[in-house]
Design a protein around this ligand. Structure first.
Ligand SMILES: [Fe+2]
Ligand SMILES: [Fe+2]
Length: 204
């Protein structure tokens, strides 16, 4: 489980701990649960982008970059919704997002607006990177050829998102400060993944 990622994957995602290989097998048996959880991941990505635009109207580049991302993430939500419909499954209720809640706990407390902004960008970057890695696992590990292709499309779409958020952080804040904080986030996320229960009914 503690096996390091290949250099290539690390370069793409920055993540320090690969997903436990057992996860994809568990996910395969509970694919309906995965689809519901996945739909809400996409909804939350779209919603968060809208909120970030509302809270940072003076940041022109952010507004320009995140506006189309809202459309893209919402398109992802609709793709998953269509997949549920095809299987005559309801959307279902949103589940407690343990992963994201644990990430939020690492946000700097008592910092200034810049500290809050960096953390907001880097949390989004991490969620995008980990989601992309999970989609990659599904696209390689599922037995169903159709679903492998389905998740390959998501993996490709999400691959550029994590760098988008890091680039935005670096556009507004000193690069060195962003890089140092990103390193702290990666270490924290690795610990989180290491201690998290492996469950096949969640994307994270
Ligand atoms: Fe997405
Ligand atoms: Fe995304």
């Amino acid at each position: 489980m503690d096996q390091p990622l290949s250099e290539h994957t690390r370069n793409i995602l920055g993540l320090q701990l690969p997903t436990d290989p057992r996860w994809v097998n568990l996910a395969e048996i509970q694919l309906e649960e995965i689809l519901t959880d996945h739909a809400y991941c996409e909804q939350k990505a779209a919603t968060t982008c809208i909120t970030l635009i509302q809270k940072n109207p003076e940041k022109d580049l952010l507004v320009q970059e995140l506006s189309p991302l809202v459309t893209e993430e919402w398109g992802h939500f609709r793709m998953v919704l269509a997949e549920l419909k095809k299987r005559s499954l309801p959307l279902g209720r949103q589940r407690k997002d343990v992963y994201v809640n644990s990430l939020l706990e690492f946000q700097k407390k008592g910092g200034g607006p810049d500290d809050r902004f960096i953390d907001q960008m880097l949390i989004m970057a991490l969620i995008e990177a980990r989601s992309c890695e999970r989609f990659k696992r599904l696209s390689e590990g599922l037995n169903d050829n159709y679903m492998r292709k389905f998740y390959r499309k998501f993996m490709e779409s999400e691959a550029g998102h994590y760098t988008l958020f890091i680039n935005l952080a670096e556009h507004y804040i000193d690069k060195k400060i962003v890089r140092a904080r990103w390193a702290e986030w990666l270490t924290y996320e690795k610990k989180l993944m290491n201690s998290a229960e492996v469950r096949g009914d969640r994307i994270h």
